[in-house]
Structure formats: structure tokens, C-alpha cells
Write a new protein. Sequence first.
Length: 234
Amino acid sequence: MVLRLIGAGPPRTGTSSLREALRHLLGAPVYHMSEALAHPEHVPAWVAALEGRPPEWEELLAGYAAGVDAPFSSCWRELAAAYPDAPVLLSRRADPQVWLRSMEATVLPRTREMLAKDDADPAVPLFRVVLSDLLTDLDDAEQAIAGYERRLAEVRAEIAPERLVEWQPGDGWGPICRALGLPVPDRTFPHENSTADYLSRGRARARRDARRVATARPPAAGGARRGRPPEAST
């Protein structure tokens, strides 16, 4: 499946809502950070991509029609080059301070939590690099704002205006449907993963983390592990 849209916006710019909207419009899976966490076998490829060694995109993204959110959106430049016919969607917030407050309540604490773990959790290496193009100090608000504004400026400078779609929460279906040449659905645009929703799911995240670690753990000596095949636990 060829990617039909490339999300270039930073996390916490309505990316979960966009994922659901694009799933509906395209009738196919959409890559998102939740996919990387659900498929830890993808992590090495994303880490390599974020370190400047892009994978075979067709192999990594087989079956996906689009992607939004990190780590996908962190690779917007390489993906835009690999899929030159796909529109590039730059999701953003009207006010960088609103974006920062959302990050400080959700993504940044989650990143600190993951970085405090060891590599028994196969997602940890991804968290070491997933925000590296935006900031290197999780506690530096000025650096975060500068990284956010730099991302917007770089996407606007490098993507042709006729290919670029700017979108912010509240814009709804219109800009996306025009870019894809699709009719506007007769349904309300999704509203997913607000800060309150994110915070309320802390226990569910902890359970998923525990399952991911258990799945990745090598089988005990003398016993065969049941479940996913060994290659899925890298």
C-alpha cells in the first residue's frame, strides 16, 4: 500500500484525532506512536531512521495508508521524498504555549518515565531519540518552544505550497478532504486523547507496558515461551 498522506506535525497537535479521521477516510490503518508501542519489533527501524539511517519504508509501513505523530512525523522529510505524491499535513496549535502545556502534562512526563527504565522494555530505545529533533532537555521549556517553531518553519520552507496542508484542531474535515480529493463525511470530526483522557488512562498504559516487557523477555531456561514468535520480541 502506498502512503496517501504524510503527517509532519509534532505530538500533541491533534494527532490521535487525525489518526481516527484518516482511518475513516482511507479505510486502512494509520501509523501513530501507539503503533510503534504495540509493535516493538518496529523500534530498531525507527531508532535507525531518527539517527539518519532510513529503513526500507515500504517494508516498515506495509499496510498503512498514512501516518501522524512521532516517530513517523519526525521523519517527515525522508518520507516526503520517498512518497512524492502524498500531501504533507502539518498539524499545529494556534499558540505554542498551548502546545507546551499539553506536552508538559502528557508526553514529557511519559518520556521521563520511560527513560527511567532499562532496556527490558523494548520501547525504551525509541524514547531516547523520539523527541531529539525537537529538544534534548526535557526540562527546558524555551528549547521545546524553539523546537516546535523550528519544525513548523522547516516544513513550510521545504514542502511546496500546493502540497502542504496546514491543520489545527477545530479545522475539521475540510482541509484534509480537499487534499485527498475526498468528500467530507457526514459525521462529526473525531476528538481523541485530550489531556484529561490521556491522564485517565495511566493504569491502562502501565498494563500495556508490562505486557510488552513480558512478551520481550527471553523464555526461562528449559521452558518454551508461548505466544508471539521470537522475531517479534526484538
